[in-house]
Write a protein that binds this ligand. Structure first.
Ligand code: CUA
Length: 161
């Protein structure tokens, strides 16, 4: 009788090695496809700011919406317990809006329902995230990082007309 145990051992080894190569390769390909073909971006920390000196720091000294070019806007928003300033942002339909965000106190979240905007607002850092509003209506902005007793009351609104 022939001893097959060595051969079976190799099979087991290959059966474990293949997925351990295939899974990371698949995930890497998924990251490349979503980044370049689907355009999914990670909100990035693009700079630092002194949370004590927001009133003297451009653009946080003047929060709100500014038109940078036709159809291109920049919205500067400050988060603090338990509100966004400004709480309401009005923009025309089909505008491309870059949100420039920071926090005055603790970590907050910034998610605009029905869009791909989903960022974290960290005191001392500036977060930028861009999206285009292609449907008219009201979009709810929610804080989705637990920031204290009033966390569930922290929201804002984007109105697209
Ligand atoms: Cu701010 Cu939760």
């Amino acid at each position: 009788m022939r001893d097959n145990s060595k051969f079976v051992g190799y099979l087991f080894e290959v059966a474990w090695i293949l997925p351990s190569v295939a899974i990371p390769v698949t995930l890497f390909v998924a990251v490349v496809i979503t980044a370049f073909a689907v355009g999914i971006r990670v909100p990035t920390d693009v700079g630092r700011v002194d949370p004590q000196a927001l009133a003297q720091t451009v653009p946080f000294d003047n929060p709100g919406i500014r038109e940078m070019a036709p159809g291109v806007y920049e919205a500067t928003v400050i988060a603090q317990t338990f509100a966004f300033t400004p709480g309401e942002i009005e923009i025309p339909l089909d505008s491309k809006v870059t949100f420039t965000l920071t926090s005055r106190d603790v970590i907050h979240g910034f998610k605009i329902e029905g869009t791909d905007v989903n960022g974290m607002i960290v005191p001392g850092q500036i977060t930028k995230v861009t999206t285009t509003f292609r449907r008219p209506g009201e979009y709810l902005i929610v804080c989705h990082e637990f920031c204290g007793a009033g966390h569930h009351l922290m929201f804002g609104k984007v109105i697209v007309k």
